[in-house]
Design a protein around this ligand. Structure first.
Ligand code: COI
Length: 359
């Protein structure tokens, strides 16, 4: 079934106001003039697809999302290239992941073409909001919520709304290229086998806030999650996946079902192999992380995700002691991968993988 969008044009913010808002935006604080909404009902499927002015929602207070948390989201970016063209990165990979999250959360899938068309319409309408500064981008947040008005918990909602909003973004971590200090969460875990760890759903993030606060108190930027059964195997970081660099060999925690299958993670695996590294999925224990870092065999660790891109990790803090990786400075593998990936996105390097999608 083809889903046709209607368009309601917003009163656009004046150019000077937009320029001021885009000067150095804090992540996720400022939004563009338009948004996308599409409704789903059990008897009608997807309908009422529209591009319309950005603004507050009117929802029944009993809407299921408020009570039972049926919600999924994605994170992606649009980039303005030096020649003025605007591109997104692997949008069909995000569409596929959204649908895997939907399957886990008993929500209806959205056709991949509709997902991509929604992004194209929104970015096309708010093209002036795509920053042209190096490292800046337009962050896109597709998400889906359960809207059936009932607090009865009888089963999945019979109604949903898919939306996309957009927000100009500078780099996610304000510390710039200073390596992050991470807190190893040993009191709390993020996901258990058979749970929702692999889905990109809001609840996975809400449940981590208390550990994130604990990490902040310990002077750390982010939390690293361990597996919930043994509290020994590294899963992922608060907002991204992790890579461990042993000279020219890279290892990232395997997709065990409890961590997010990051699109950037997948891109780094492919890119690293193309650059001549051995790039593998495997298991890394905390003991190994510490021992290998202290012995100098583990030369670099970095995190990767859409919002935070590729970010070096220099220091680990835990209840059992602290350690440093690679002297606490960003390593050459991390820097090269970051430059290569950013180059594919901004057009300064070729895209042999066909990842870039022009708007
Ligand atoms: C992203 O990297 O796009 C995410 O969804 C992480 C979010 C916590 C900002």
């Amino acid at each position: 079934m083809t889903i046709t969008f209607t368009t309601e044009t917003a009163v656009r913010r004046p150019a000077a106001e937009r320029a001021a808002l885009m000067e150095s935006p804090a992540f996720g604080e400022v939004f563009t003039d338009h948004m996308i909404s599409i409704d789903w009902e059990r008897d009608r499927g997807w309908h009422n697809a529209r591009l319309h002015p950005y603004g507050p929602l009117v929802l029944d207070p009993s809407a299921q999302v408020f009570h039972y948390g049926q919600e999924v989201f994605e994170g992606m970016k649009a980039y303005r290239r030096r020649d003025g063209t605007v591109v997104t990165f692997r949008p069909y990979a995000n569409a596929a992941r959204l649908n895997r999250s939907c399957a886990r959360m008993a929500m209806p899938p959205l056709p991949g073409e509709t997902f991509v068309e929604a992004l194209e319409l929104l970015v096309g309408a708010d093209r002036d909001w795509v920053p042209d500064r190096p490292g800046h981008s337009l962050y896109l947040r597709p998400f889906m919520i359960a809207t059936q008005p009932t607090i009865g918990f009888y089963g999945p909602s019979s109604a949903y709304r898919f939306m996309v909003i957009a927000s100009p973004a500078a780099s996610y971590f304000t510390a710039g290229s200073t390596p992050l200090t991470v807190w190893l969460s040993q009191d709390y875990t993020r996901a258990a086998p058979g749970g929702t760890g692999e889905a990109k759903c809001g609840g996975n993030y809400a449940g981590t806030l208390v550990a994130q606060a604990q990490g902040k108190e310990m002077g750390c930027d982010q939390v690293v999650w361990l597996d919930s059964a043994e509290r020994r195997w590294v899963d992922e970081m608060g907002t991204s996946n992790l890579f461990f660099v042993y000279g020219d060999r890279l290892v990232t925690p395997e997709l065990s079902g409890t961590l997010l299958a990051g699109v950037t993670r997948d891109s780094v695996l492919t890119l690293a192999a193309e650059l001549g590294h051995r790039a593998e999925e495997g298991r890394i224990s905390v003991e190994q992380w510490r021992a290998d870092a202290e012995a100098g065999a583990l030369t670099e660790v970095f995190s990767c995700g859409t919002s935070s891109m590729i970010t070096s990790i220099g220091f680990v803090r835990s209840a059992d002691g602290d350690w440093t990786i690679g002297g606490g400075t960003p390593g050459p593998v991390t820097e090269r991968l970051c430059a290569e990936l950013a180059g594919i996105q901004d057009g300064s390097r070729p895209d042999p993988f066909g990842w870039v999608h022009k708007i």
